[in-house]
Write a protein that binds this ligand. Structure first.
Ligand SMILES: [Zn+2]
Length: 337
């Protein structure tokens, strides 16, 4: 992978932590490149905030130039592998989730109810997508997915009975979602301001780390919730056990698109101070480990050796406690509700 420099006039200095506004910091990693996708130019430095443990870029791309980091970004493609095997696997997973959560997610295998035992053995092999349980079990209403990409989650939520709407910055992703009949508006997260107090469920999955003003996004997320609304928030954890293990090769970095990654424990404290009650859901670290193995050898595509190495590394590591999860996944409601 060859990397051009990021144009100097398209960089801005960051004097204070984007999460806690603290000025004290130490250099965490320098010379980090877009090893995740091999597309964005530049060599980047990440800093550790001494006050809240967030990890953030300084300097970073300006708002006007950040779009150049997304020219070959994965959620922006409408393409999906539709081999017979992958279609079968999706149906198998849907069958399993439909039975486990007592709902119906299509397309599934269509096994009769008495045959549910046939998929029960899959449990250890199928990671439940974060939010699925809540979408299946909560009373249905207006759901907003901020940064919805090409709308996979919206499609699922619609199937489960939600009135689902998406907000997405990227025009081609919006087109791909609209082509599937999904309701998606093109624009930044600021569009959340149109839903003040209305949303019964707000989904913000892997978006917080991408924005220049994450606290502003958090404020708009909370303001859009109805009195009984639920926020489903997921974001890499700056103090992840995977980060400690893989260092600058940790998949969670993703320079220069990940501008600022919060510490999970700090984020929970922040939300509690905003009168939220948060429940944390543990995350599955295998995908991060596989990708980090690929990045460590500077490979462009995942190979079987990455999976083998990742499994071996994970076997050797102690199970992380909640504060060290690789991804902070939170289900938040108003404490008063
Ligand atoms: Zn901080």
């Amino acid at each position: 992978m060859a990397f051009e420099p990021w144009p100097a006039d398209a960089l801005e200095g960051v004097s204070n932590c984007p999460y806690c506004n603290g000025a004290d910091r130490s250099l965490a990693y320098e010379g980090v490149q877009d090893w995740a996708f091999g597309s964005a130019p530049g060599r980047w430095s990440y800093w550790n905030c001494s006050r809240c443990q967030a990890l953030y870029l300084h300097p970073r791309p300006t708002r006007a130039s950040i779009g150049n980091a997304y020219t070959r970004y994965y959620t922006h493609s409408g393409d999906q592998r539709t081999s017979r095997l992958s279609v079968f696997k999706q149906r198998l997973r849907n069958e399993y989730w439909s039975n486990t959560l007592q709902t119906s997610i299509a397309p599934r295998l269509g096994l009769p109810r008495w045959a549910a035992w046939a998929t029960a053995g899959l449990k250890p092999r199928i990671a439940e997508p974060f939010g699925l349980r809540q979408w299946a079990q909560l009373p249905k209403g207006l759901l907003i997915d901020v940064g919805c990409g090409n709308g996979d989650k919206l499609k699922l939520a619609t199937q489960l009975g939600w009135q689902a709407r998406g907000i997405e910055l990227d025009a081609s992703a919006v087109q791909a979602a609209q082509a599937q009949g999904l309701q998606v508006e093109q624009g930044g997260y600021e569009l959340l301001a149109n839903y003040r107090g209305q949303a019964d469920c707000v989904v913000c999955s892997h978006v917080l780390e991408h924005v220049h003003q994450p606290l502003h996004l958090l404020q708009l997320l909370l303001a859009s919730l109805s009195p009984h609304g639920v926020l489903l928030l997921s974001v890499p954890n700056a103090t992840s056990f995977m980060r400690r293990h893989y260092g600058e090769n940790w998949r969670g970095l993703e320079a220069p698109r990940h501008l600022a990654i919060p510490d999970g424990a700090w984020l929970i404290d922040y939300l509690r101070a905003q009168c939220m009650r948060c429940t944390q859901v543990p995350s599955y670290p295998l995908e991060t480990a596989v990708e980090s193995e690929r990045i460590q050898r500077r490979g462009g595509a995942v190979l079987p050796i990455d999976l083998r190495n990742a499994r071996q590394q994970l076997r050797g590591l102690a199970s992380p406690d909640m504060a060290q999860q690789d991804v902070t996944q939170l289900v938040c409601t108003w404490a008063k509700a």
